[in-house]
Write a protein that binds this ligand. Structure first.
Ligand SMILES: [Zn+2]
Length: 224
């Protein structure tokens, strides 16, 4: 609760001109877009839209805020872009962390779950044979399987993959992880729904302002 130095680094949800959630940005960047009039701030309870001046004139009533030289400025938790209307194709970034998640911390050759330190990232087709570092060519392998496979494709090593590796499907759950704010619920598809980034409910979502909005940030925010 209350002001912290970290507020500017907290996430703001970004909607396109059609009120579809497309990404998140930092509060710092959101304020800059607001100030440049490239975006408007949306009150997550009332769905009212404000330009910078109007937003700056709002009272901070227990809402998260940013301390400025002149006065506390309500933190923009949701902004709507004024001209961008597309829906970007979302993909899950290829990263070590996301690969561990996709493969459920399990060796993709023998199925053991030995713990993070005992798992390595294996190139199914070795790099020396032109194998790429990508979702469809990288899997988790335990140290033992990695050793046994060595610098060979699985067929040559007489090994088999538990399943063929593919890129995980993008979803808001994956994208936001624990940095999802309660105040965004009216703008995002329901949790566990098909997270294809089409909330479809736009600003007709019910404003069930049941007082969740006061909490200022839930723990450490955003990875990358
Ligand atoms: Zn193994």
């Amino acid at each position: 609760m209350g002001p912290t130095h970290g507020v500017l680094g907290e996430p703001t949800l970004v909607l396109n001109r059609s009120w579809m959630a497309i990404t998140t940005t930092t509060v710092r960047r959101a304020l800059s877009l607001l100030f440049q009039d490239s975006a408007h701030a949306v009150c997550p309870r009332t769905f009212e839209v404000h330009d910078f001046a109007s937003w700056a004139s709002l009272a901070v009533n227990g809402d998260p805020f940013v301390r400025t030289v002149r006065m506390p400025l309500r933190m923009p938790e949701v902004i709507v872009l004024r001209s961008y209307d597309a829906l970007p194709l979302r993909t899950v970034a290829f990263s070590r962390r996301n690969l561990y998640r996709r493969d459920s911390f399990m060796c993709q050759y023998c199925g053991v779950r030995p713990g993070t330190e005992e798992l390595t990232i294996d190139h199914v087709t070795p790099r020396s044979r032109g194998g790429r570092t990508s979702w469809d060519n990288c899997v988790l392998a335990c140290v033992e399987c990695n050793k046994r496979k060595a610098n060979r494709p699985p067929e040559e090593a007489g090994m088999r993959l538990v399943r063929q590796p593919v890129a995980p499907q993008w979803s808001w759950d994956v994208e936001l992880g624990p940095s999802r704010r309660d105040s965004w619920e009216g703008f995002l598809p329901r949790r566990n729904g098909h997270g294809n980034g089409h909330p479809a409910n736009g600003h007709h979502a019910p404003a069930n302002g049941n007082g969740h909005n006061g909490a200022n940030g839930h723990g450490p925010n955003g990875h990358h």
